[in-house]
Design a protein around this ligand. Sequence first.
Ligand code: IPE
Ligand code: IPE
Ligand code: MG
Length: 251
Amino acid sequence: MCEEMVFFKNKNRKTGVDKNNLPEHIAIIMDGNGRWAKKRGLPRTAGHAAGSETFRKIATYCNDIGIKYLSVYAFSTENWKRPKEEVDAIMGLLEKYLIEAYDSVIKDNIRLTFWGEKAALSEKLQAMIHEVEERSREMTGLHVNVCLNYGGRDEIARAVKSIAKEVISGKINPETIDETFISDRLYSAGTPDPELIIRPSGEIRVSNFLLWQSAYSEYYFTDVLWPDFTSKVLDEAIAAFQNRNRRFGGV
Ligand code: IPE
Ligand code: IPE
Ligand code: MG
């Protein structure tokens, strides 16, 4: 059989996705909720509610097709600048999701963790996060990381601070600090870097997401607004990723 025929045999003809060669870790900047609502004459909070439904659907789809890690940007360290009602609505939606997740993580075999600075969140939310992280710790299906009060620069600054303390206490010699040492002190410690980062909503920027981890990630941008994002759009992103030539600085 010629090489091209093997290629097509392994691919889903409809979507062009090779299910045998999926990225292990997909990250998504869930953007465009506000514009989705505005287009419909709805309050921005309605966009966030619709966006949280999309997140549930996409996480379920990723679990079904066998993606190992899904990291989603839910709230950035900069998003506190928004009106209080909007911030409260987003936090309320997260609480609602965590209540459901208490059961669904077990039913769907999903491991759920949160990346970001939790101390700034309400005590109730912190307690709910702790509970579901512990409860889902042994789950072996999709591992979902919700990036909440997350900022890439903040993450690096925190790692630098903790390393400085280790040096001052005499626990480590600065000469031993290398890339792995730093990776091990980030929220993502132990998680492979995302091969594919998707940003919907037409914005072509990173907005402080996974700055360290994205060193060699492939980006996929689409104009689709997050609440309109479907498994078909995800398939298109994966198919585009599979057609890229990743060189990692080599030839
Ligand atoms: C993303 O949607 C959700 C958060 C940042 C919390 P936006 O709320 O940023 O939607 P747009 O970009 O205003 O359309
Ligand atoms: C990035 O979106 C953060 C999240 C999706 C949670 P923003 O809407 O905050 O990003 P900017 O302000 O357009 O860069
Ligand atoms: Mg936005």
